[in-house]
Write a protein that binds this ligand. Structure first.
Ligand SMILES: Cc1cc2nc3c(=O)[nH]c(=O)nc-3n(C[C@H](O)[C@H](O)[C@H](O)COP(=O)(O)OP(=O)(O)OC[C@H]3O[C@@H](n4cnc5c(N)ncnc54)[C@H](O)[C@@H]3O)c2cc1C
Length: 381
């Protein structure tokens, strides 16, 4: 693949860098710790997202009729690369921009679009994703949190787990079972997180202060207007969301920074002369280049209007492999620096590389999808 950014793309990237330089505080590293769920980053994002909105840098790729800039997916990707490399100063608003808003655009009612798209485009409303359950992760269609349609409302009972951002999100995009087992009985509800009967517990984790949570629903009642799409036909919404999520965050952007910092430290301390270290570094560099090239191939497909296919799973798997090789490299060769207090970016990059193979979908499941949909390998009946 012969890939080169245009001068217009380069200028766009520079504009984003300038905005970041102007608005990120001088002590961003020490205060945010590159943790997009920290109290500091979440509070910062509430003023930073409106600034991005004013600059036309919050939702560049959304259609103009919904307040976006009508730009292509490459512009969105460039924006995401620059934000992710800074540890995501938009906190979890990146999810609203990447997949929540597009889900409302495609499946929402006029009323939902009015409220939610406005909230996202002004940076005022944030969301969490209530998909995974204790017995339904990779096998999402096995979910059992139930919502009864009483004729005037939905009453929800059950629980979710690993929910990022749940303790500070305004709404949950919640998957519930309204029908029979399997994909056919799943419905998507948009649930305000302050509804009576919702309990949120933080799960302490290496990933960050409030990266993952348990969420319990005890007779939680929401109006029928909470429905996104059609009842029992939520799987179509899920499919769109997951394809936007899998190639939504260029995780390699922060990983690459962490990797470069690791090399810098090795050189400073005379530890980069070892040929084993150099060979391992070359493997990481290759894996990062591959992850980036494959992600850009998916983005190119989006720009050309190609429907999402197994290339997305290939790109996601390449991103996992790149993160895993950098995780191993940093753990093997700079273990004394990855948690040093004066290396918050390195620490964050390292911690995030540890979870990529499971967060946003397990790596092995991507391999299953590649074998079935790309390689067309035979399956046992
Ligand atoms: C940091 C982080 C943030 C997250 N944020 C969210 C969030 O905001 N919202 C949300 O809903 N979820 C979230 N998750 C959950 C995540 O989506 C799930 O962890 C993931 O889908 C895997 O599900 P599971 O944990 O139940 O593991 P399982 O599905 O039980 O998988 C366990 C192991 O078995 C393997 N496995 C499972 N099925 C197969 C198969 N068919 N073939 C081969 N191997 C298989 C997996 O690869 C994995 O190694 C988050 C997870 C993490 C770590």
């Amino acid at each position: 693949m012969d890939f080169k950014w245009t001068t217009e793309h380069d200028a766009y990237r520079q504009r984003i860098k300038d905005v970041l330089k102007k608005h990120l505080p001088a002590d961003w590293a020490q205060k945010s710790l590159y943790d997009n769920g920290s109290d500091f980053t979440v509070a910062f994002s509430r003023t930073f997202c409106p600034i991005l909105a004013q600059e036309g840098l919050l939702i560049p790729h959304w259609p103009k009729e919904y307040g976006g800039g009508g730009m292509d997916a490459f512009h969105h990707w460039i924006l995401n690369e620059e934000m992710w490399a800074e540890g995501e100063p938009r906190a979890y608003q990146y999810m609203s921009i990447n997949w929540v808003g597009p889900a409302f655009i495609k499946f929402g009612t006029e009323e939902q679009r009015k409220v939610h798209l406005k909230g996202i485009t002004s940076g005022a409303i944030s969301y969490c994703q209530g998909f995974s359950e204790p017995n339904a992760g990779s096998d999402l269609a096995a979910l059992s949190t139930r919502a009864e349609n009483t004729g005037s409302s939905y009453v929800i009972n059950g629980s979710k787990i690993w929910t990022s951002a749940a303790s500070f999100a305004d709404y949950c995009i919640l998957l519930v079972r309204t029908g029979l087992q399997g994909r056919g009985g799943i419905t998507v509800l948009v649930v305000p997180m302050d509804t009576k009967g919702i309990t949120v517990r933080v799960i302490p984790s290496l990933q960050g202060a409030r990266a993952i949570h348990e969420v319990f629903f005890d007779n939680v009642e929401v109006p029928l207007s909470a429905l996104l799409g059609e009842q029992d036909k939520g799987w179509g919404v899920v499919t769109q969301i997951l394809s936007n999520e899998r190639i939504g965050a260029p995780r390699y952007a922060l990983t690459w920074r962490g990797f470069n910092r690791g090399i810098e430290l090795l050189k400073q301390h005379g530890r980069f002369k070892d040929t084993d270290v150099q060979a391992a570094a070359a493997r990481c560099q290759g894996a990062l280049e591959a992850a980036k090239a494959l992600a850009l191939r998916v983005i190119d497909g989006r720009v050309k209007g190609k429907p999402a296919d197994a290339e997305t799973n290939v790109a996601r798997y390449a991103a996992v492999m790149a993160d895993r090789s950098v995780c191993e490299f940093l753990g093997n060769y700079v273990p004394d620096f990855i948690f040093a207090a004066d290396e918050p970016m390195l620490a964050s990059a390292y911690k995030r590389t540890a979870s990529i193979g499971i967060a946003a979908g397990a790596a092995e499941v991507q391999l299953n999808l590649i074998s079935r949909n790309l390689l067309k390998m035979p399956r046992e009946e």
